[in-house]
Design a protein around this ligand. Structure first.
Ligand code: ADP
Ligand code: MG
Length: 235
């Protein structure tokens, strides 16, 4: 579905690459967890897939018959978001304006309100629909953003450290939701997380990144590897 070949990125005025010769295949419906220390190129890799950073090497999308395709919908939840405190926009307003097929004059439509509320409910945040974005906690905001990124359901969902500011139970719920979405819709997921155990509980494959792919395999294979232990210690 997605093929990365020798993706290399050197940021301007930098000597060392942020990504070096990364080659990777992501299958339909596969859940890949990307791990690596701070500065190891995780966010850069995600942005390269999103087409947000120029790079050397190729990233191509293919369909089931291995033909090149451009028709892929990517949902993205960024690591950082600049939301101003006391921003008056409500969750509903933000959500409605992000669903591009809804014309502005229809935003207050009851049906759309209901539809958005139902979708927020999957992530346990339907009660926030009329709240101002600026009043949400970190965890609440993350869930709203994930709800937005999955409507309509994307082919690929990219999440960059999505669970900061959520407590342990919340994190567990969150990964269960992801796993359910993946199973129900055959959606691929690429996730960057610092939360070693929970993030990888459902992962099909773990990629250990340190500018280049240092190790890849099942969660167990990666956790038991020297490459992993050298960086993160024993689990
Ligand atoms: P991670 O997400 O794993 O913490 P990043 O992909 O954010 O790592 O960064 C990888 C490296 O690239 C770091 O050394 C970082 O300082 C550098 N970098 C990231 N973004 C930029 C940028 N816009 N300009 C210059 N250097 C950058
Ligand atoms: Mg990052």
């Amino acid at each position: 579905m997605i093929k990365l070949r020798n993706v290399t990125k050197i940021y301007e005025h930098r000597e060392l690459p942020a990504l070096k010769d990364v080659s990777l295949d992501v299958q339909d419906g596969e859940y890949i967890s990307i791990m690596g220390q701070s500065g190891s190129g995780k966010s850069t890799l995600l942005k390269a897939i999103l087409g947000e950073v120029e790079h050397k090497g190729n990233i191509i999308f293919t369909d089931e018959k291995d033909n090149l395709t451009k028709k892929i919908k990517i949902g993205y939840v960024p690591q950082k978001l600049n939301i101003e405190k006391h921003m008056p926009t409500t969750v509903f307003d933000m959500f409605a304006s992000c669903i591009s097929y809804i014309p502005v004059f229809m935003k207050k439509d009851k049906k759309i309100y209901k539809e958005i509320k139902e979708h927020l409910k999957i992530f346990g945040v339907d009660r926030l629909i009329d709240k101002s974005i600026g009043d949400l906690s970190g965890g609440e905001l993350q869930r709203v953003l994930i709800a937005m990124a999955t409507k309509p359901i994307p082919n690929l969902l990219i999440l960059d450290e999505p669970v900061s500011g959520i407590d342990k139970n919340g994190i567990r719920d969150f990964y269960q939701i992801l796993n359910r979405l993946k199973a129900e819709y055959d959606m691929s997921i690429i996730l960057v997380s610092h939360d070693l155990e929970l993030a990888n509980q459902y992962a099909d494959r773990v990629i250990l990144l340190d500018k280049e792919v240092i190790k890849e395999g099942t969660p167990q294979e990666v956790f038991e590897s020297l490459e992993f232990k050298n960086r993160f210690g024993e689990l």
